[in-house]
Design a protein around this ligand. Structure first.
Ligand code: GLU
Length: 434
């Protein structure tokens, strides 16, 4: 393979775990890097940097279960790139977590952080575990042991974890406490997404959903889509999908279909979003909600709607269902929800995709605010946080939109152009040492 500048790309010596597994998220990410390479100019000679995480740590996490047995879980922390600042990215607890998934998620954090220009590299962590099967005590022991094991890598100026799938403020509080006990001083800035009383930031819980809504509003303006009365379908009704749905409904849109791991529901008049949020809080999912009909899971993707928000896991929109999608706008609340093949199908159908690496960057943007507030021990009002968040998201999106127009590329490739230029420019200026 050779880059547009003719420099050889030495992919031959890749260790096996770095090979593209074409069906998985890491393979998906590598395809995205290949697509941006022709637009990187002289920086393309550094592009191999993006295809190799800087550091990968695999840890064994043993805990004593409540029944007295010892269980072992596999955990990871991957620092994909640190050229622009400390590592930053969440920690996921899920039964399907793999190393290559965490690698892809860490790489998408590098791109996302550069896209909104927060001064971080990209990192991600995870444990392969179904946390719903653990008691509160087991979850705490798992979190604390994992935090100690990755203590080699993390720190307020080294690598700062945050919530992701199945982790929350309580998990962050345990992580902060464990790290602090190990270093002998309270270090609130070691994680973000903490409870507000422990150095967390107002607005952080809602930030990713608010960012999804903000870019949605901007894209609607640019494409002449009216939000008032627009039909919205949402996959995933947690922090991201639930908040985005609430904000779209408040703007006059109708949330007609919602899917999560407990079921798929439909209401052509639009579900009562606050009532659904309350139901999910007590019941753990949308299943059993009285204010909508049950829908077959496979019919979700073909629902008549203007806006589709995948806000659950990666690899959901594939070549098998992309053709059914009727939405004009897809806003990726999840990381990596669309495979490259599906991305092409949507593009050919004229569906505008707002890619994860900008659409869900609101969470890490307010994580950055939290980290800055922790360092200065001076806390901002929620209005100030939301106003700064919206301004950053709008400016980043406008810049990406312009690059997409200029090069006649998708918004995903445009976001990668902006972000990868920033990352590789930092890489080049720093140079190789030692
Ligand atoms: N897990 C979130 C993401 O994927 C937030 C990461 C962070 O705040 O560091 O963007």
């Amino acid at each position: 393979m050779s880059s547009p500048t003719g420099a050889a790309s030495p992919t031959h010596s890749l260790p096996s775990y770095l090979q593209a597994d074409h069906l998985g998220p890491w393979g998906n990410y590598l395809q995205q890097v290949d697509r941006v390479t022709p637009y990187l100019g002289n920086l393309a000679r550094w592009v191999e940097t993006l295809k190799r995480p800087k550091r990968i740590l695999i840890v064994d996490v043993p805990i004593e279960l409540d029944n007295g047995t010892i269980a072992h879980y596999e955990g990871y922390r991957v620092q994909h790139n640190l050229s622009r600042g400390p590592g930053k990215g969440g920690v996921r607890f899920h039964q399907d977590v793999t190393l290559s998934e965490v690698m892809a998620l860490s790489a998408w954090m590098s791109v996302k952080n550069a896209a909104v220009n927060v001064p971080y590299g990209g990192a991600k962590g995870g444990i392969r575990v179904d946390p719903k099967k653990l008691s509160m005590g087991e979850l705490e022991r798992l979190t604390r042991r994992y935090t100690s094991e990755i203590g080699l890598l993390i720190g307020p100026s080294k690598d700062i974890p945050a919530p992701d799938v199945n982790t929350n403020g309580q998990v962050m509080a345990w992580m902060m406490d464990t790290y602090s006990m190990n270093v002998g001083a309270t270090a609130t800035g070691v994680v973000t997404g903490k409870p507000v009383d422990l150095g967390g930031s107002l607005g952080r819980v809602e930030a990713t959903g608010r960012g999804v809504f903000t870019v949605g509003v901007e894209a609607a303006k640019l494409t002449g889509l009216h939000l008032d009365g627009a039909r919205v379908a949402v996959q995933g009704f947690g922090n991201v999908g639930g908040i985005a749905a609430k904000l779209f409904a408040e703007a006059g849109a109708k949330v007609v279909a919602v899917q999560d791991h407990t079921g798929t529901i439909f209401n052509s008049k639009g579900v009562d979003v606050p009532a659904l949020l309350a139901h999910v809080k007590t019941r753990g999912g949308v299943g059993g909600f009285a204010g909508a009909d049950v829908m077959k899971a496979e019919e979700f993707w073909g629902v008549d709607c203007e806006i589709l928000i995948p806000a659950a896991l990666e690899g959901q929109i594939t070549k098998d269902n992309a053709g059914q999608i009727k939405a004009k706008l897809v806003i990726e609340g999840a990381n990596g929800p669309t495979t490259t093949e599906a991305d092409d199908i949507l593009h050919d159908k004229g569906v505008l995709v707002l890619p994860d690496v900008i659409a869900n960057a609101g969470g890490v943007t307010v994580s950055y605010f939290e980290w800055v507030q922790d360092f200065s021990s001076f806390f901002w009002s929620e209005d100030e946080i939301n106003a700064r968040l919206v301004r950053i998201m709008q400016e980043a999106f406008a810049g990406i939109w312009q690059v997409a127009q200029e090069h006649k590329v998708s918004l995903r490739t445009a976001t990668f152009i902006v972000a990868c230029q920033r990352i590789l420019h930092a890489r080049e200026m720093r140079g190789l040492y030692p």
